[in-house]
Design a protein around this ligand. Structure first.
Ligand code: 13P
Length: 258
């Protein structure tokens, strides 16, 4: 049985004092969950977040990293640096980085390898644009992104990766993919992994959905057969709302938790 992983992506939000306050508020609200709880925070919050989350079940990650270990790359942060302060996760290839910061399938692949070499767990994002979706290219795009991202990884590494399927048109727009649509896209990613790494890897890999997840739609999405939790943007900025998403299993069938 795959675990559900609920990860918050704070993007460029939250000052250190806000991060500390958030985690102090969130910790008691999620302490009994059997789901994995992760917060991917800005670099400037990492140290404070890690200290505050000590002795809780909240894991902390970054939102990006460079693939080189060190050197003349002004402004960049390496996997080794993240690991040195005990960060555990790192988001790689978010669509905002692909769109605004020239992230490519090739750099995504290099970053994933560097993350594994340094003991970080990558959360790798794939997803189609609205035009690609309307042109019927969704499956092609997301399976190709997946294939290129994972190229050269071992089966063991693939089993340990987290993939976040985030349709770009659903990010920050309030529009979510229907749970059936999201599940089908995620199934196609799993099939791609099965073709390249075998059934075992495909059954083990955690694949999240991301894009306007909130407490009122989390349960429906996360209970689908192939959706193993979510990568949550806007709704991860309020501790109570995020805790309801983390605790989605506690709400009865059909009950909406606003
Ligand atoms: P929203 O939840 O704000 O749509 O953002 C999704 C996202 O990009 C998470 O990485």
């Amino acid at each position: 049985m795959r675990k559900k992983v609920i990860a918050g992506n704070w993007k460029m939000n939250m000052l250190p004092n806000e991060a500390i306050q958030f985690i102090e508020e969130l910790a008691p609200l999620v302490k009994d969950t059997k789901n994995e709880v992760v917060l991917c925070v800005p670099y400037t919050d990492l140290f404070y977040a890690l200290l505050t989350a000590q002795n809780t079940n909240i894991k902390i990650g970054a939102q990006n990293m460079h693939f080189e270990e060190k050197g003349a790359y002004t402004g960049e942060v390496s996997a080794q640096m993240l690991k040195s302060i005990n960060a555990q996760y790192v988001i790689i290839g978010h669509s905002e980085r692909r769109q605004y910061f020239n992230e490519t399938d090739e750099t995504v692949n290099k970053k994933i390898k560097a993350a594994f070499e340094n003991g970080l767990k990558p959360i790798v994002c794939v997803g189609e644009t609205l035009e690609q979706r309307e042109a019927g290219e969704t499956t092609d795009i997301i399976t190709k992104q997946t294939k290129l991202a994972l190229e050269g990884l071992t089966e063991e590494q693939v089993k340990n990766i987290i993939i976040a399927y985030e349709p770009i048109w659903a990010i920050g727009t309030g529009k979510t993919a229907t749970s059936e649509d999201a599940n089908n896209s995620i199934k196609s990613i799993r099939e791609e992994i099965c073709r390249n790494y075998g059934q075992n890897a495909s059954d083990s890999v955690i694949i999240q959905y991301g894009g306007s997840v909130k407490s009122s739609n989390a349960k429906e999405l996360f209970e689908m057969s192939d959706i193993d939790g979510g990568l949550v943007g806007g709704a991860s900025l309020k501790a109570e709302e995020f805790s309801k998403i983390v605790n989605f299993n506690d709400f009865g069938n059909g009950e909406k938790n606003h």
